[in-house]
Write a protein that binds this ligand. Structure first.
Ligand code: DP6
Length: 362
């Protein structure tokens, strides 16, 4: 990575106007990232799969600036949004140390999500990966020495990580790993890598994720504040060790096609994530009574039907129902008859494992 960054920094470029547009999906972690050090270095490796439907589309028109440094105008879902604009501007300024050409540009950015902003679904992974992919494209448009695909994606993941850790994993489709792990060769704290399909039994290559919207309101505790609370957490070091070990366990379960073992590990991870929140100082509980009701129903369904339906949770109350697509029809019925009463306005989204971001200008 360092060699790539050096090369990028030294390249000569010609300032021009142009445009770039990417759509990038969100992702759902099986092994969770919770806790980080300075400069967005994760306290433990994480593994996720990239979604298909829940995504952000971001287009950027760029042109040489007025010589006063980086400037932007920003529209989110067609409207100005000062909070997002300031966050993006701050981020762009911070990455000029890696991409010096950015500081001589003006950006007109338009961004929108395919899922409602207030659905409680993490949009930082999709929005920040879409932004990062656009930055790599802008680099390639202006730089004399263009990046090949592998370097392009690595740079995008590196830049996405600096905006939001989980965004680093959305740059690739399928399963991805972010954070150094002895079980995934080439893994790094600085960027995510794709997990090759050869190492994964086919049953995992077609997973569905039904997102049950238990509560659509914005999160009460931001991820960043949550990560911070791991610094003085009494169980933090143990948690990081367990997560590191679980990377090996999940790799083997996926290689061996052990759906049952995989699902149970994924549920243990979700509950451990929330138990970290419940035992931090200050402590908090992000799930709701309906979250627990849904979990009980899932366990009951699994016991009665013997079908591989599992849950995971993000830093919120919503439940992700994870299952292989071959049982889609029976799960649909189960969700309709047993889950929707627990969802806000009976809302849920059907997503699945996806193939990764798309360059909309191609
Ligand atoms: C619970 O990536 O949102 O979803 O790096 O501060 O932007 P920042 O945090 P973020 O954290 C995601 C935490 C999680 C687990 C995961 O996705 O691995």
């Amino acid at each position: 990575m360092m060699e790539l960054l050096e090369r990028i920094k030294k390249t000569t470029y010609v300032l021009n106007e142009g445009s770039s547009s990417w759509s990038s999906p969100s992702n759902i972690a099986m092994i969770k990232y919770w806790g980080k050090y300075a400069h967005q270095i994760p306290a433990n490796p994480s593994l996720s799969f990239t979604l298909d439907i829940c995504k952000t589309e971001t287009s950027i028109d760029f042109k040489p600036g007025n010589g006063q440094g980086i400037s932007i105008d920003f529209l989110f879902e067609g409207k100005t949004n000062e909070q997002f604009e300031l966050r993006v501007l701050k981020y762009l300024k911070s990455v000029t140390q890696f991409l010096p050409m950015l500081k001589d540009l003006h950006f007109s950015i338009k961004s929108s999500n395919t899922f409602p902003h207030s659905s409680g679904i993490a949009s930082s992974a999709s929005s920040m990966s879409a932004l990062a992919l656009n930055l790599s494209t802008i680099y390639n448009e202006l730089a004399e020495e263009k990046l090949e695909k592998a370097d392009f994606l690595r740079l995008s993941s590196f830049l996405a990580r600096l905006a939001s850790g989980s965004a680093s994993r959305s740059v690739y489709g399928g399963f991805t790993v972010w954070g150094e792990s002895e079980f995934f060769s080439g893994s790094s704290d600085l960027f995510a890598i794709p997990v090759e399909n050869e190492g994964i039994s086919p049953v995992f290559q077609d997973l569905c994720d039904d997102i049950l919207i238990i509560e659509k309101g914005a999160k009460k505790v931001s991820s960043s504040a949550g990560h911070d609370l791991m610094h003085n957490h009494p169980f933090a070091l143990k948690r990081f060790d367990i997560a590191r070990e679980r990377m090996g366990e999940i790799r083997d379960l996926m290689a061996n096609g052990d759906m049952e073992g995989f699902g149970k590990l994924v549920e243990k991870e979700a509950l451990m994530l929330h138990s970290m929140m419940m035992t931090s100082d200050p402590y908090f509980i992000l799930f709701k009574p309906n979250t627990l009701s849904v979990i009980e129903k899932i366990w009951e369904f699994r016991r009665e039907k013997g079908l591989p339906v599992f849950f995971t949770l993000d830093a919120g109350a919503n439940v992700h129902l994870i299952y292989p697509s071959e049982i889609k029809e029976v799960v649909k019925e189960f969700v309709r008859d047993n889950m929707l009463v627990y969802c806000e306005n009976a809302r849920y989204l059907c997503d699945r494992i996806g193939t990764g971001p798309k360059n909309l200008n191609l």
